[in-house]
Write a protein that binds this ligand. Structure first.
Ligand code: GLC
Length: 573
């Protein structure tokens, strides 16, 4: 198969549409109820047909799966439930043959308690070089019975775990910014730096096109280990990322990122072209864009866009701030509506609280939006209509974007999973107060009328699928010209065809409240109606619309792509 000339394009990542695969839930080729690497390979034609440019595969490494694989016990292998290194090689090869790039997940902040180096550190005892690879400290209090700092962990509880030493007595504490099964690496130690250089090279040598960097703003810890202000919600030291916070966005990160970039750049002149990074960093734009300066990482997810409420002014402010910040460093913006950590857009946009307000002059509390929004009733039809409109908005913006598996099928968050099926550590760590992120990780419905809907053959999937997902399968949507799947296909095909889309500039047009209207050159205009009244488009030649128009009327919760007035349409015969 000839991947075509686009594959040689060195700037592909500046406009790329990347499809996120959560391997456990994508496609189960061996019918054991768990997705696998061969399952991904089997769906490459589907992905090519969808029109994406690349895939990003969430962690596929050996792992006890305390945190869905973000607890890695071997960075150079594949989880036996997901397959083998040969399967990974086959995926790279088959994807490349179709002109699709493959990004994988780098988890540098922490590993798994099962990682042999952590096991060696436990065995070796205090003061050993093995313990120096992690963040072990003596406790406070007379007998060291209090944690070294007051820091809370991401999934609830404290950020330190005390170990039992070889003599059977309670001993040192180790840091885990996430679950206790995820010990943090000590990035002050040169062996850790070298180890990760080796991990990058291992996968680049196998032809990975790049890495999504998990919690890219952590890694470095203030070596004074100060306490942080108490978060009244948890009673622990806050996990918030305030300026100067001891565990977030420390200046030393710049040098680590430059080091990774140098490793990636060693491969720039390979036949495959540049290898890239996308950083996961939930930071304000002015900080986040520091990570995508020319000598650091390439791109970073645009989480404020994902977090924005369904409201024109909020979107507009986020888009403006993001583009201005990115322009300042010469990097493309990277838009995202969903991932494996957040409530799916169909459900978010169908709730009374659809996200954070970014309206000017409105100061909102930091919305703990994932927890605050979970459980609010959902109008799924409204949410799906808005999700269609949001997808066309996202794909029209300058830069690249990400599509999380199932978004193209319009899947909603499964908010009523039986409690006994919940696996996210958040559920246990919050004392069963927060159900967590399993609702967006339910296996994909591919075909048929009953579970497992073609995910596997007949094995029960690791999380149960709703019965009504028979209406949302890829197979069912394939033939329906109005389906979400065909909207995505049409939009992505237009993105490839239309030189106005992807990386570049955009200009706002004056518009009334609730409306977003912008143009891109040459000859493209996008209008979004987030309000609740009709909007007259005037004379327009429609390229694509997220919901039917009434003549020149753009109804609420709809996005349309049009040719601007007075555009000459050249007919090519
Ligand atoms: C990132 C991942 C999330 C994981 C966490 C800890 O936020 O996206 O799924 O739980 O990091 O690795």
């Amino acid at each position: 198969m000839n991947p075509g000339p686009k594959f040689a394009d060195h700037d592909w990542w500046r406009s790329a549409v990347v499809y996120q695969v959560y391997p456990r839930s994508f496609a189960d080729s061996n019918n054991d109820g768990v997705g696998d690497v061969a399952g991904i390979t089997g769906k490459l034609d589907y992905l090519k047909g969808l029109g994406v440019d690349a895939i990003w595969v969430s962690p596929w490494y050996p792992s006890p799966l305390w945190d869905g694989g973000y607890d890695v016990s071997d960075y150079r292998d594949i989880h036996p439930d997901f397959g083998t290194l040969d399967d990974a090689d086959e995926l790279f090869e088959q994807a490349h043959a179709r002109g699709l790039r493959v990004l994988i997940d780098l988890v540098p902040n922490h590993c798994s308690i099962d990682h042999p180096w952590f096991q060696a550190a436990l065995a070796a005892g205090p003061g050993s070089p093995e313990r120096e690879l992690f963040v072990f400290r003596e406790g406070r209090g007379d007998g060291g019975e209090l944690p070294p700092t007051n820091w809370g962990a991401s999934f609830g509880g404290g950020a330190w775990e005390r170990v039992i030493e070889a003599d059977g007595t309670p001993g040192q504490w180790f840091l885990h910014m996430f679950a206790p099964e995820q010990p943090d690496w000590n990035w002050e130690n040169p062996r850790v730096l070298e180890e990760f250089d080796g991990i990058l090279r291992f996968w680049f040598d196998r032809d990975a096109d790049g890495f999504r960097v998990d919690v890219a703003d952590s890694l470095i810890i203030d070596q004074d280990f100060p306490d942080t202000p108490i978060d009244p919600r948890t009673g622990k030291g806050t996990w918030e990322k305030y300026p100067g916070a001891p565990c977030w966005d420390r200046p030393e990160l710049a040098e680590i990122q430059r080091r990774w970039r140098r490793v990636a750049d060693e491969y720039t002149n390979s036949a495959q072209g540049p290898r890239i990074f996308v950083s996961e960093a939930y930071l304000p734009f002015e900080r986040m864009v520091e990570y995508v300066r020319a000598d650091r990482l390439h791109t970073s997810f645009n989480f404020e866009f994902l977090q924005s409420e369904w409201y024109a002014e909020s979107f507009r402010n986020v888009i403006d701030k993001s583009l201005a910040a990115h322009r300042g460093v010469g990097a493309p913006a990277t838009w995202v509506l969903g991932n494996h950590d957040v409530i799916r857009p169909v459900s978010r946009y169908g709730k009374s609280l659809s996200g954070r307000s970014f309206r000017s002059g409105v100061v909102t509390d930091e919305v703990h939006w994932l927890d605050d929004m979970a459980g609010l009733p959902v109008d799924v039809a409204l949410g799906r209509r808005r999700a269609r409109a949001a997808a066309l908005l996202m794909m029209a913006l300058p830069g690249g974007c990400y599509v999380y598996q199932g978004e193209e099928l319009g899947l909603e968050e499964v908010e009523d999973l039986p409690e006994e099926s919940l696996q996210d550590p958040v559920w246990v760590r919050s004392n069963h107060m927060i159900r967590g992120r399993d609702g967006c990780r339910v296996p994909i419905p591919w075909s048929g009328n009953s579970a497992p809907f073609g995910f596997g053959t007949d094995a029960d999937p690791w999380l149960p699928q709703p019965n009504h997902w028979g209406e949302l399968t890829a197979e069912r949507q394939d033939d329906d010209p109005d389906s979400m799947l065909n909207l995505y296909r049409a939009a992505l095909a237009e993105r490839h065809r239309n030189t106005a889309l992807g990386d570049g500039e955009m200009s706002w047009e004056e518009s009334e409240d609730g409306i977003l209207s912008f143009t891109r050159e040459p000859g493209f205009r996008c209008v979004v109606n987030t309000g609740d009244t009709d909007h007259d488009l005037g004379e327009a030649t429609v390229i694509l619309t997220s919901s039917p128009l009434g003549g020149s009327v753009l109804p609420p919760n709809t996005t349309v792509w049009v040719l601007p007035p007075n555009t000459t349409v050249w007919m090519v015969s």
